[in-house]
Write a protein that binds this ligand. Structure first.
Ligand code: 8X3
Length: 257
């Protein structure tokens, strides 16, 4: 994998697992983007064990278009060589019915999951189009395929990601740019539940009675998608743990397997 990748939301969960896996697969350069500089630098230090790999940590808040531009404009030339863009940054905040929803939570989800993805794609896609080569993977969710009670705005943002994946594909396929997405169900080894429940560890304890996917499972599928030969575009992967059959169907029979 002698390529250059940019991963958003790289400081934890699926983003970090993907960065680690790409490093083991011989990626040449990794632009790692997230809000928390200390976490990014810790990951960069860990990945410095891979001598042929150059890691560029870039800290900014993806919700702020001026912060995004400010952070990325300075390295515009370098970003033109990005072969693989992993639009992973995303979060859920809140789990209440629509009539009790928090406007700040809604803004955070829409700004991160939809607008943030667009800001980054708008910066990276032109270089891919110019080179007639590149691959964009959006990290969607089963929440982008079916809604569930209390999921309302989070689901809406992931439905938007699902639509944008299809739209990007239609806009970019004649330029040799591949576009696909992965839509995972419940995934542990991430901060998803803790963020959704605002740091309440008790409410966030939703994985103890079944085995969800792991962040590394999702990373492996992402790697599979980006390592196919150029004539293969995997457009959409819906993946859940063996004990999950839909948003609401979870077989909570223990984690023994
Ligand atoms: C994570 C899956 O079902 O909690 O995106 O929305 S779910």
């Amino acid at each position: 994998m002698n390529e250059v990748a940019l991963i958003t939301g790289a400081s934890s969960g699926i983003g970090r697992a993907t960065a680690r896996l790409f490093a083991t697969k011989g990626i040449r350069k990794l632009f790692l983007c997230a809000r928390r500089r200390d976490r990014l630098e810790a990951l960069a230090a860990e990945l410095s064990a891979f001598k042929e790999l150059r890691v560029v940590p870039i800290a900014f808040d993806i919700r702020d278009q001026y912060a995004v531009a400010g952070a990325l404009d300075a390295i515009k030339g370098e970003l033109e060589e990005v072969d693989v863009l992993i639009n992973n940054a995303g979060l859920a905040k809140g789990f209440g019915p629509i009539h009790e929803g928090s406007l700040p939570d809604w803004e955070t989800m829409i700004d991160t999951n939809v607008k943030g993805l667009l800001y980054i794609t708008r910066i990276i896609a032109p270089g891919m189009v110019a080179r007639r080569s590149g691959h964009i993977i959006n990290v969607c969710s089963t929440a982008g395929k079916e809604v569930y009670p209390g999921g309302n705005v989070y689901c809406a943002t992931k439905f938007a990601v699902d639509a944008l994946t299809k739209a990007l594909r239609q806009d970019l396929y004649t330029y040799g740019v591949r576009v696909g997405q992965i839509a995972p169900g419940h995934v542990e080894e991430t901060e998803f539940a803790l963020t959704r429940f605002d740091g309440d560890a008790e409410r966030a304890n939703i994985y103890s009675d079944f085995q969800p996917l792991k962040a590394t499972d999702v990373a492996e599928i992402i790697y599979f998608m980006v390592s196919r030969p150029h004539h293969v575009n995997i457009q959409d992967v819906l993946v859940m743990s063996s004990q999950q059959a839909s948003a609401s169907l979870i077989h909570r029979s223990g984690r023994e397997r």
